[in-house]
Design a protein around this ligand. Structure first.
Ligand SMILES: [Zn+2]
Length: 117
């Protein structure tokens, strides 16, 4: 993938990020993301979901998507974007163009879908 293509992917990821944040806020997200996502306690959030409203569930879905986008942006910055997170194989450009937040090659994605960890 060349620099132009990487720049295009990055632009699309940033747009996607904006869209998710807007949607998340519309669905009762708690004031929008600030700082480092890793500081949030996923266990605590999971408990909230089971006891809270459908609105919250939507917000959580947005949050998961946002994490994927953020991960992709980080992988871009670290030059590991085109490597599969699981097996290290090069993810085909067509796949990344179709799904910029993908972090697994097709084989690993299929394996993960078949047996989620
Ligand atoms: Zn793989």
């Amino acid at each position: 993938m060349n620099a132009t293509q990487l720049a295009e992917i990055r632009g699309r990821l940033l747009e996607e990020r904006e869209r998710i944040i807007t949607e998340w806020k519309n669905h009762g997200g708690d004031g929008g993301p600030t700082g480092d996502w890793d500081l949030r306690d996923p266990e605590e959030r999971a408990v909230q979901i089971t006891s809270d409203t459908v609105e919250r569930q939507i917000a959580e879905d947005d949050l998961n998507l946002l994490r994927k986008v953020d991960l992709a942006l980080r992988r871009l910055a670290e030059n590991t974007y085109e490597s599969c997170e699981r097996c290290g194989a090069t993810i085909p450009m067509e796949r990344l163009m179709a799904k910029p937040s993908a972090s697994l090659c097709l084989a690993c994605q299929e394996a993960k879908d078949a047996a989620p960890d």
